[in-house]
Ligand binder design. Structure first.
Ligand SMILES: [Zn+2]
Length: 367
């Protein structure tokens, strides 16, 4: 019973800060009861908390035809939301944390593999720490325990097959100045003014990036955001330091380094006109995007099964890591991404049930 599985999954609190050992133990039990071979890939997160990626296989092999991928963690929830870990049904909707992101897909995948005997190997892949930077999937992409031909990555897309996603890159920019009394600006150099000049240049770069278009996306180019800025110590002191975050989402046909090259050239120009100019760029995240061709058998199958045309998303998913495991990937799942990550998250029952059928059909066709 798909609803019962989802209720069990929602009952287990698996917010990313906690260990996912409990939900993994549950999934492992269920997979073994279905006759699958389950393998754990544990690691300790940055806080030393045990996290586990779980792979369950229909055949004892290292190369599979199809993988169904779902992340076990969820974003945090408001402790006053009584349904958060107690799945509740109203008006054809199931409410709870993770109901659509992404425990609904996991329940559908477990339901789809009941009573099937695929001829070709199939894997269920359950990852940790997706919500805090795709960390579990990145560990798997690095360890490469498995090669995968096709993968379906569960995320709430209202059952629309998503065949491409933008990448996600992040850098912290630290601009240095020299503190001085603001009555005598010539005695110092304001890090805030220097940062402002750099940010002006980033606006020009952003306009430049709009020329390199990928028509499958909305917006059809790499976007930039400066989401945080912090600098200075007092109103009458020339700022000694100014930090800002630089985030960009590259289209999959453009490398993450492209923007860094343009930015470094801009910094070079600032240094040429101000020999004292100092700036550190700490590019600490470079998640690649992914793109599966519209004529891929997996895309075609899922378009046919759902009756929905494939699309793209402007945010990062584990599909990029599945690509690193050799796979053509599509992201799909029940529920709407706009309902995820908020109190009152829900999945429509009909989409949940249809998702299980769609996965089952895809397994029959591909395996
Ligand atoms: Zn998700």
């Amino acid at each position: 019973m798909i609803k019962e599985i989802l209720a069990d999954l929602v009952r287990i609190d698996s917010v990313s800060t906690r260990s996912n050992a409990e939900i993994v133990a549950y999934l492992e039990r269920r997979c073994e009861a279905l006759g699958l071979i389950a393998r754990r890939f544990p690691y300790a997160d940055e806080q030393g908390v045990e996290k586990i990626n779980l792979i369950a296989l229909t055949h004892d092999v290292q190369e599979v035809e199809l993988a169904l991928v779902g992340h076990t963690d969820t974003v945090p929830y408001d402790p006053n939301w009584s349904e958060a870990t107690n799945l509740s049904e109203r008006d054809g909707k199931l409410y709870g944390r993770g109901a659509c992101d992404t425990k609904g897909f996991i329940a559908a995948a477990l339901t789809a593999v009941e009573n099937i005997k695929p001829g070709k190997p199939l894997a269920l892949i359950f990852t940790a720490d997706e919500e805090i930077g795709l960390i579990g999937a990145k560990k798997l992409a690095q360890a490469k325990p498995l090669r995968v031909r096709y993968s379906i990555v569960g995320e709430p897309t209202s059952l629309r097959p998503i065949r491409a996603g933008k990448g996600y890159s992040l850098a912290e920019v630290i601009v240095k100045g020299r503190e001085a009394h603001s009555a005598y600006p010539a005695l110092g150099a304001s890090a805030i003014l220097r940062a402002a000049r750099l940010i002006n240049r980033l606006e020009v770069i952003a306009a430049q990036l709009e020329q390199d278009q990928h028509s499958a996306f909305d917006p059809p180019y790499t976007t930039i955001n400066i989401g945080l800025i912090h600098g200075g110590s007092a109103k009458n002191v020339l700022a000694g330091e100014c930090r800002f975050t630089l985030e960009w989402r590259p289209i999959p046909t453009q490398s993450s380094e492209h923007l860094l090259d343009l930015f470094n050239a801009a910094i070079g120009e600032e240094m040429a006109s101000d020999p004292d100019f100092q700036c550190i760029v700490d590019a600490n995240r470079q998640d690649t995007g992914f793109e599966t061709a519209p004529d891929s058998p997996l895309v075609q199958l899922l378009e046919k099964a759902t009756g929905n045309e494939s699309g793209t998303v402007a945010f990062g998913t584990e599909a990029a890591q599945m690509k690193l495991l050799g796979s053509e990937a599509v992201v799909i799942g029940p529920g709407d991404i706009r309902e995820a990550h908020r109190t009152g998250e829900f999945v429509p029952v009909d989409e949940l049930e249809r998702c299980a059928d769609i996965i089952k059909q895809t397994i029959k066709e591909l395996c």
